[in-house]
Structures are given as C-alpha cells and as structure tokens.
Design a protein around this ligand. Structure first.
Ligand code: ZN
Length: 199
C-alpha cells in the first residue's frame, strides 16, 4: 500500500508541490499549491493513486463497492483520477462540467433513477465543486454515496459534505482572505496556479 509520504514525494518529484502566492478557486489566497495535473501526467501515478483511493473505499464498512453503479467527477480536476478509479472498479464513468458557471450533466450522460454514485475529485479545499457535482447527480435522480479525493487541503474543515469522504493525503494548507493575506501585505501579487506566473 502506498503511504502518504510516498504520495507527497510523488508530488515533489513531479514539481507539483508549488510554493508562492496563489489565488485558489475559492478566491482565497495561499502560499502552497498542489498541481495534481502534473502528477497525473504519469499514468503509473494515476494508477497508484486510484489504488490508494480504492483501498480507502474498501476500508469504509458503510459502503459496499458492489452497490456502486457509477463513478462521477466534476470536470476538469476530477477527470483523470475519476476515470482511473472507475477503470479499476470496472464501473462506468461520467462527469459534470460548468457551462456559463453552472455545473451541469452534458454530452448525453444519463443517471438511472436511484443509482448510487461514487464521487471522485483530485483536490478538495472548500469542496464547492464536489457539492455542485452532487447536486447535479441528485437533480437527475442519482444518490451520491461516497466522496474520494486525492488531496484534502483543509482536513480540519467540518460540515463540507453530507456523505462520507476519504482522501489519499491530507495537507493542512493555511488560506487567507485578501484582507488577511500576509503575502498581499508584503506587496506581492497572487497568481492563479497553472498560469504562467505560477510555474
Ligand atoms: Zn494574497
């Protein structure tokens, strides 16, 4: 079984553990950022991370893997890891995506009434994308039963989800509002991770 330290090393080796001054998707600022897409460039990494997530799923006595009908991920972050988790579980994979800011089920994907879905994401912080994805699943008659994410950036945050969630690694990264941000106070400019300035 892959350890949390081995996963962190995987991120470091891929240059995916970034230090700087970043604007997160929530709008908050942070000095560290995990760029999972760089880790998931390697299919071997994707395979190992998906295996680690499925081990967490196996350890959850409240969820029977045989009862899961489909895997769903919020695009874009959850696409690669979600598809690989689905491949290993031999379940169908679908994704939700934002159109004009609103999370939707598109591309002809359908969810059977009462279907049980496993939700997979790469990195969760506030959990907004995962919650929006679950809301779409419910609108279509499905039931999200479990959330798996590679990284939890706010492991001490409570009340983010109304279904159980597990992550391969937890990394408690402090985030700030613009008004409280010490990097902003020093006069540096926050950049969006993945933009030219962040890499
Ligand atoms: Zn800042």
């Amino acid at each position: 079984m892959i350890t949390e330290q081995e996963i962190l090393t995987m991120y470091e080796d891929a240059g995916a553990l970034l230090n700087g001054h970043f604007v997160l998707s929530s709008g908050r600022h942070s000095a560290r950022y995990l760029q999972s897409a760089l880790v998931l460039m390697s299919m071997n990494n994707a395979t190992d991370l998906a295996t680690a997530l499925i081990e967490k799923l196996n350890a959850d006595s409240q969820v029977n893997i045989n009862d899961i009908d489909m895997v769903v991920a919020p695009a874009i972050g959850g696409l690669v890891i979600g598809q690989e988790v689905a491949r290993q579980l031999e379940k169908p994979f679908i994704f939700t995506e934002r159109k004009e800011g609103e999370m939707q089920l598109r591309r002809g994907f359908t969810i059977c009434q009462g279907a049980k879905l496993l939700v997979v994401e790469d990195v969760i912080t506030t959990g907004g994308s995962v919650r929006e994805c679950m809301a779409v699943v419910r609108q279509h008659g499905g039931e999200p039963v479990k959330i798996l994410a590679v990284v939890d950036r706010a492991p001490t945050a409570e009340g983010r989800f109304d279904v159980p969630h597990d992550t391969a690694i937890s990394l408690d990264v402090e985030t700030f509002t613009v008004d409280d941000c010490p990097m902003c106070a020093q006069g540096t400019v926050a950049v969006k991770p993945g933009s030219r300035g962040a890499l």
